[in-house]
Design a protein around this ligand. Sequence first.
Ligand SMILES: *Cc1c(COP(=O)(O)O)cnc(C)c1O
Length: 216
Amino acid sequence: MSFQEIRAAIGPEKILAVSKLQPIEKIRALYDQGQRAFGENYVQEALDKKEQLKDLADIQWHLIGHLQKNKAKFVVGQFEMIHSVDSLELAQVLSRQCESKKVEQKILVQVNLADEESKNGFDKKTAKTQWEELCKLPHLSIHGLMTMPPLTETGEEVRPYFKELRLLKDELAQRTDLKRHPLTVLSMGTSHDYKVAIEEGATLVRLGTILFGARN
Ligand SMILES: *Cc1c(COP(=O)(O)O)cnc(C)c1O
């Protein structure tokens, strides 16, 4: 499917174009076709691209890759949203960095629903037990949840993970001051499983290769 066909099928506001390891020209080309939200994984690469594309006033940058605590100071206030907040410690560091830079930061809480050792994210139990502490951090607002299902599972096999993320968000919403933490975003689904993700309530699908082709 072409970009315009995907847009028409799921709605332009639901697409986050994942541009990691893609050249600037391809980002510009997609911007020229109407795309505004772009997701990057690596802090330095993201900041470089942001600088190179700063003439595009209404472009929006999201950070979706694993973030090391020692890089928190480089990212707060630089991204529309950080999707990859995967531990309470990282959230605490981000909030402290916001304090010193006098900014507020929108975040998503990344949940690892498969309990994979290799994957980053809160396991479900920890997300629940640490939720109040996350909500108390003064300079972060939690806009929703993000997940990345196991790579081995595709198509219908990923549906239970997407459903579980939606149910977890609904459950957490009952314990949340939604004026302070809106919890409106479900960031789930990539090139190969975005249709299932949309069916399960994704509000943002993170599309890389299907929009840009293979990465370098
Ligand atoms: C790279 C990446 C994507 C995009 O994956 P594609 O298969 O290229 O669509 C989405 N989410 C995260 C967290 C990624 O790192």
